[in-house]
Design a protein around this ligand. Structure first.
Ligand code: ASP
Length: 443
C-alpha cells in the first residue's frame, strides 16, 4: 500500500465547509494516511488568520493589555466549525488552558502554535483518526534549529504506531522543553518532515491554487500552471520570488527523493504541479518551465585592464564586499570587468566605504555602482538541449523595447538571468512569457 502525506494550508481549513472538502479528499484515497493541518486561515479578503490573532493575544498579554476580545473571536471560530460539523469532541478545556497560559505569559511561540494544535484536534475528531502531538516528535536544538536526526527518528518511530493520523504543522519542542515554532508558513516543513519519516510515495501540499504558475499572475494575466518542475528548477524560481512552498520544506523531501504535488482543495480534480527530482524535457510543453524575478538590485562594476591575468583580483573584490557584511547574488564577469550583483538595500549607508575599500585592495581603473536593476530568471531544464531559447528571449525583449543591462547564464544551463531597469520589469516579464506561451493556446 502506498503512503501519501497530505498537508492542508490555512485557507483549506478556514471553516466547516472547507473541513468537509478536506474530509472528502482524504477519504477518496485510502493511501492518504497522514495529514498535516495549518491553523484556520482567512475566509475572505478582509478576514484575519487565527495565527495572527494568537500572536496579537500574546503581544497584548505581554504588554499588560486586554486580549480577551481577540481570544473570544478565536474561541468562536473553533466552536463554530465544531458545531457546524457536528463533532462531539469538547474543545473547551483546551481553549481554557490556552487562555490561561497566554495570560501567564507563556510566550508568542506557544500562543501561535495553538492554532495548529486546536485545528489538528478538531480534524482528528472529525475524521476519527489518531492525533499525534508534534511536541513529542519534532525537535529543535538549543540553537533553535531543527534537530533533523532526532526528529526523523521520533517521527518514524511514533507514526509506525498509527495507520491514520493527524499531526499539526508549524511547531515542535525546543531543547529546554518549551514549544517552538518554525518561521511563518512552517506547516509546509512539518508536512515534508512527516513525508520523509514515513518514506511517503508522495507529499501532497493542498492549498488554494491549482499549482505553481509559470509567471506571477499579478504581472501576466492567467498564466499557465506548471505541470512538472524539478526541485532544482523550483529552487531557482523561488529564489527569484516565486514562492508557493516554504523554502525549507523542499530539503527533506528532495533529499529523500519524494515528489511533492501541489494541489487545490477547491479544485481537487486538477492535477496541480508535480515537483520531482528529475523530469523529462517532453513534460515541459513550452520549452521553459517558468519565469520569476524581482526588482531593486544594484551592480558593483569594477574595471581594470589586464584583470584576467592578475592573481587574486576577484577574491579581493569579494573580500571588500564581505567586510561590509554584504552577501552577493551573482557575479557575471568579462576579461577586464567584474560585476557583482547585490540587493540594493544591503548597500544602504555602505556605498562610499565599499568603493574606497575596493580601491585600496584592488587598485582598479574604476568602480561604479548602478542601482535600480531588476533581475528576471527564465528557468527551464530543457534549455541545455534546445537551440534558440536565447534568441527567442532576446528577440522578445527587443520587440518590447527593453534594454538588457546584464546577462548571466549559469553553467548548469538551467536558467538565463537578465537584468533590466526596474521600470521595464513587468513589461519584460510579459514579453518573455508571450515569447514562449502562445496567446491563443487552447486550455
Ligand atoms: N499558521 C502558520 C502561519 O500562518 C503556519 C502555516 O500556516 O504554515 O504562518
Amino acid at each position: 500500500m502506498a503512503i501519501k502525506v497530505a498537508k492542508f494550508g490555512g485557507s483549506s481549513l478556514a471553516d466547516a465547509g472547507q473541513f468537509e472538502k478536506v474530509k472528502a479528499i482524504l477519504l477518496s484515497d485510502p493511501d492518504r494516511r497522514y495529514v498535516v493541518p495549518s491553523a484556520p486561515g482567512k475566509r475572505g479578503y478582509t478576514d484575519i488568520k487565527v495565527t495572527d490573532m494568537l500572536y496579537e493575544c500574546s503581544r497584548k498579554a505581554a504588554a499588560g493589555n486586554a486580549y480577551q476580545e481577540v481570544f473570544d473571536r478565536i474561541r468562536e471560530r473553533y466552536m463554530d466549525i465544531r458545531e457546524e460539523l457536528g463533532v462531539s469532541f469538547d474543545l473547551k478545556p483546551a481553549l481554557d488552558e490556552i487562555e490561561r497560559r497566554i495570560a501567564m505569559g507563556e510566550g508568542s511561540d506557544y500562543a501561535a502554535s495553538r492554532g495548529e494544535y486546536l485545528n489538528g484536534m478538531l480534524l482528528a475528531a472529525y475524521l476519527g483518526w489518531d492525533f499525534v502531538d508534534p511536541a513529542e516528535c519534532v525537535f529543535f536544538t538549543d540553537k533553535g534549529k531543527l534537530d533533523e536526526r532526532k526528529t526523523e527518528e521520533a517521527l518514524s518511530r511514533i507514526l509506525k504506531e498509527h495507520s491514520y493520523a493527524v499531526i499539526p504543522g508549524f511547531y515542535g519542542m525546543d531543547a529546554s522543553g518549551k514549544i517552538k515554532t518554525f518561521s511563518r508558513g512552517g506547516s509546509d516543513i512539518t508536512g515534508a518532515l512527516v513525508a520523509q519519516a514515513v518514506q511517503a510515495d508522495v507529499y501532497e501540499n493542498w492549498t488554494d491554487v491549482s499549482g505553481c504558475m509559470m509567471a506571477d499572475p499579478r504581472i501576466v494575466r492567467n498564466p499557465e500552471v506548471i505541470r512538472y518542475v524539478t526541485y532544482r528548477e523550483l529552487r531557482e524560481l523561488s529564489y527569484m520570488g516565486a514562492g508557493v512552498l516554504h523554502e525549507d520544506a523542499l530539503f527533506p523531501v528532495r533529499k529523500s527523493g519524494i515528489p511533492t504535488n501541489i494541489r487545490n482543495t477547491n479544485d481537487p480534480e486538477a492535477p496541480g504541479t508535480m515537483i520531482c527530482y528529475e523530469a523529462d524535457d517532453e513534460d515541459s510543453e513550452f520549452g521553459i518551465t517558468g519565469i520569476a524575478g524581482h526588482k531593486d538590485f544594484a551592480i558593483v562594476n569594477v574595471e581594470k585592464t589586464m584583470m584576467n591575468s592578475e592573481l587574486g583580483f576577484g577574491r579581493r573584490v569579494l573580500q571588500a564586499i564581505e567586510e561590509q557584511g554584504i552577501s552577493f547574488e551573482h557575479m557575471p564577469s568579462g576579461i577586464d570587468t567584474m560585476c557583482v550583483v547585490v540587493h540594493e538595500d544591503s548597500l544602504a549607508g555602505k556605498k562610499e566605504k565599499l568603493v574606497s575599500r575596493i580601491y585600496e585592495l584592488c587598485d582598479p581603473d574604476s568602480v561604479e555602482i548602478h542601482s535600480g536593476l531588476a533581475l528576471i530568471a527564465t528557468v527551464g531544464r530543457g534549455m541545455v538541449r534546445t537551440k534558440g531559447t536565447c534568441a527567442k528571449l532576446f528577440n522578445a525583449l527587443e520587440k518590447a523595447g527593453v534594454n538588457v543591462r546584464l546577462i548571466d547564464q549559469g553553467s548548469s544551463e538551467l536558467n538565463i538571468i537578465v537584468g533590466v531597469d526596474n521600470l521595464d520589469f513587468e513589461n519584460a516579464v510579459r514579453a518573455i512569457y508571450r515569447a514562449f506561451v502562445p496567446k491563443d493556446r487552447a486550455r
